[in-house]
Every structure is written in C-alpha cells, then in structure tokens.
Design a protein around this ligand. Structure first.
Ligand SMILES: [Zn+2]
Length: 261
C-alpha cells in the first residue's frame, strides 16, 4: 500500500550530506556506511514493514536502495531512493533494476534535482519494480493476491516485481498469506456450525459482523503485516470466501456489513 514520504524534507543528517557541493561520491558512501542504523530508524518512522513483501518482522528490516548503489552510486544517500525492506527482499533484488526500456537508464550524476525519484529523468526510466512511494502506485492494477497465498501479476510491472523478489517461490511468505485467509474461512465455518446446532440467527449475525469488521480493520490499518491480503480479500470477498459462507448469508454480508467497502 502506498507510503507517503516527503522527498523535499529528508532527515536532517541526510540533508546535510547531500548539501555538500560539489557532489562527492566518496563522502556520501562514507556517510552511508557510518549511518545505516540512523537511516533505517528514519525509514521505520514511515514504514511498518517491508516495501516489497510486507513482512513486518522488525529485526529483519533494513534500508534498501530502490535503485541499487552498484548501478546508481550517486544515489547512495538520496532520501527518495531509500526504502525499507526485509533482508530477503534486499538480497533477492541485489543489483537488479529492470527497466521498460534499457536505453533510458541513467548512468551518472547530472545535477541535484535529477537525483529525486520523481524527477523527470528518473521517471523516464520507467522502472519495472513497483515502488510503494510513487504517487502512481496502485498495487491492484499490477498484482493480486489469491486465496492460496500466491500472487498473480496482471501487468508487466507486477510480473517483474513478483519475479525479482520471488514472491511466489518463498514458502514461508506464501504460507503466511494463505494462513490469513484460512483463519477467516475457519471462523466463518465455525459460525455456521454453531448456527446449524442452535439455530440462533441473532447470534449468527453478531458473529458474522465481528469477523467481517475484524477483517475490515486489518485491511484499513497501515501497519498490518501483509495488509494487501486483507485488503484484496475485502474487495474480492465472494471469490475468497464463497466456499465457507452459504449463498444467502453471502448476500446478507454484502448488503448489511460490507455495504460501504
Ligand atoms: Zn520483503
């Protein structure tokens, strides 16, 4: 989900190093090496989880160069180039940074304004890896999560992002996404089990409301780990849960509980 970062207002120390003119690659690299914890902590104020896979385990979260420093060494300390990612995504990406058109790749420092991720020069590169800080970031236009925990690319950007970060090859990640959906399926099934035994319609309605509101809360909470799974399961509620909810109650949930979602 989109992360709102003010590119014109970097953390104090990062701003200071980038103000050094003429631009010094060596100074930036040294600063970066000595301030990795500082940078991670500044990113943690905006991010609650990995920018790419949404893993929220704080111990594994690090600063990540969206444009890898091997290819873009002048962006080592550029605030708009620093994202928070888990160790696995960071390693998986390595120095990969695929573009729609390789001929548009920037290969050297030009000027200060062209360092920003939303500068004309960098946007013209059309990176294939999705960046949650871009104003145009709308994940559902590029990839969707399925109820079995796998991701499906629906644009070349989504497909490449899934491929680079191996989002469909990491068993733990797939399992965690699937567990989220399965937990709600079990809750729904238990509700209807109770209803079958006791025929208490009011109690069933209350239980359904509690479960669906819990799902909605998670889908709206920016800090929720794997929030996209919750969000997409709300948007595609019928597809995700039709095997756990009888048809007439599916209609009730849509009309009475999910009515504004
Ligand atoms: Zn990750």
């Amino acid at each position: 989900m989109r992360i709102k970062k003010d590119y014109n207002n970097p953390p104090e120390k990062l701003e200071a190093v980038n103000l050094n003119q003429p631009f010094s690659q060596k100074k930036c690299q040294n600063f970066f090496n000595n301030h990795q914890i500082y940078i991670r902590d500044e990113l943690l104020k905006l991010y609650h989880k990995c920018a790419y896979c949404e893993t929220g385990f704080a111990g594994s979260l690090h600063r990540d160069h969206y444009r890898p420093k091997d290819k873009y060494n002048w962006l080592v300390c550029e605030w708009s180039n620093l994202l928070l990612s888990c160790q696995r995504c960071n390693q998986q990406k390595g120095s990969a940074f695929p573009l729609v058109d390789e001929n548009k790749r920037q290969t050297e420092y030009v000027d200060k304004k062209s360092m920003k991720a939303d500068s004309t020069r960098l946007l013209a590169e059309k990176p294939l890896i999705l960046n949650p800080e871009y104003k145009t970031f709308v994940p559902q236009q590029h990839m969707i999560c399925l109820s079995d925990g796998t991701m499906k690319g629906i644009s070349k950007y989504g497909e490449k992002t899934i491929e680079v970060f191996k989002l469909n090859e990491r068993d733990l990640l797939i399992q965690k996404r699937k567990e989220i959906v399965d937990k709600y399926k079990i809750d729904f099934k238990n509700c209807f089990g109770d209803y079958h035994d006791h025929k208490n319609e009011n109690s069933l309605k209350k239980q359904l409301e509690r479960i669906v509101l819990h799902l909605l809360d998670n889908s709206e909470n920016e800090s929720t780990e794997y929030r996209y799974v919750y969000w997409i399961s709300v948007k595609k509620f019928k597809l995700f849960f039709e095997d756990s909810i009888p048809h007439e109650w599916m209609k009730y949930i849509h009309e009475k509980i999910l009515v504004n979602s």
